[in-house]
Write a protein that binds this ligand. Sequence first.
Ligand code: C2O
Ligand code: CU
Ligand code: CU
Length: 458
Amino acid sequence: MDRRQLLLTGFAAFGAGALGFVPAVTSSPLSLTIQGARHRILNDVTEDMVSLSPEAPPPVIRLRQRHPFAADVTNSLLDYTAMHWHGIRLPNDMDGVPYLTQIPLGQGDSYRYAFTPEDAGTYWYHPHCMTMDQMARGLTGILIVEEEEDPGFDADLAVNLRDFRLGDDAQFIELYTAKGAARAGTLGTVMTANWQTELSIDQPSGSLVRLRLAATDTTRIYKLFLKDALGRIIAMDGHPLNVPMPWPSAEKPLLLSPGQRVDLALKMPTAEGQRIDVMAQASGGALALVKLRAIGADQRRSLDELAELPPNPLSEPDLDQAKTGEFVFGWSPEGDAPNNGFCGSLGSNFWSINRRPWPGDAVEDVGPLGRMKLGDSYILRLRNESPNDHPVHLHGMTFKPIRSNKREVLPNWSDTALLLRDETIDIALVADNPGDWAFHCHVIEHQKTGLAGYFRVD
Ligand code: C2O
Ligand code: CU
Ligand code: CU
């Protein structure tokens, strides 16, 4: 099979450039090489990791809002890959989805990703090919788009939350299981923050910290709360809040599902040695993932000194005129999954959207789940008829949850809607970005066993 040919079949109706974006030109594109890595997470060094340098986690990449960005991504692995910039509204051919928006990169191949981010906030990057392998082995990193105006923090910290599936010898054990894929997914054995099991960060007493937390794990839905913290939530999934979110507690933790990000404004304790702990509820009880420790003299800052983050330039959906569509997430008749691409499959189908599984990354013979007219408003009813939770993610566009049959949902902009068991959530959006946009569960084992599809906007 020729991967170029495969792309063209899936691509037939598609021209190159997308409208409405300034082409990104920059004199110095970043050079990123996807490569094997080793790193010490437990007592011994873990081999066979995947990162962008030989011994370190994928770096935090910082962009400026409305400034062109470019990166040449080179694949040095034997397996195919492609890089995706999660949550960023960008031209379709920069989205990194194999077969749908580009051909996957073989060993030695490079692709230049270039775009100008319109929205500020916390995003992330990860491959969109061989994901169950490359993401599980480490290739998930944080991407920050800085506001044009400095919001006034003393420090801006990014924390990448994720698990690894390691055995007692600190080496990888099987990365996924059929049992997990058919249920809630296969959890990691070691929880980490920035690839560390005990992340401790010192900050001046009484200073103001912006803490960006990204859940980049393939499976875990984090249940987060903070101990001894003074602060507030300022952004969710990249975007400043439209309506305030409640401060999480041990009893009512914040659910941060795979793919999601939250930005917190924190005031450090005023006395040296005091701490704020970022806690996660896990099976063995609550665990401190990050410890922020106050050092030095009290800086006497106040949260009131922070200006509100400016809203991103998103289009408000017109709910009266919106067209509607329903998408049902459920089981699939079990069976072997055809794998007609180079991006890996788990071998079986367990999941479906509207009763149809879409396990591979190759779009041959599989049409879009729906077509949207450029500029029109839509309400998508996302119905989970399974007993498992699904963080459903849409590429290329940003939506607002507007109602749920189970709980109060807040209309804050997002790219990932967490559907709890038997939950139905309506999301509203303006189809303002032309192209073929992937739409899938971000529990990667679900995505790779059928819970995936795409929309065509034209
Ligand atoms: Cu985080 Cu389809 O991606
Ligand atoms: Cu994405
Ligand atoms: Cu799922």
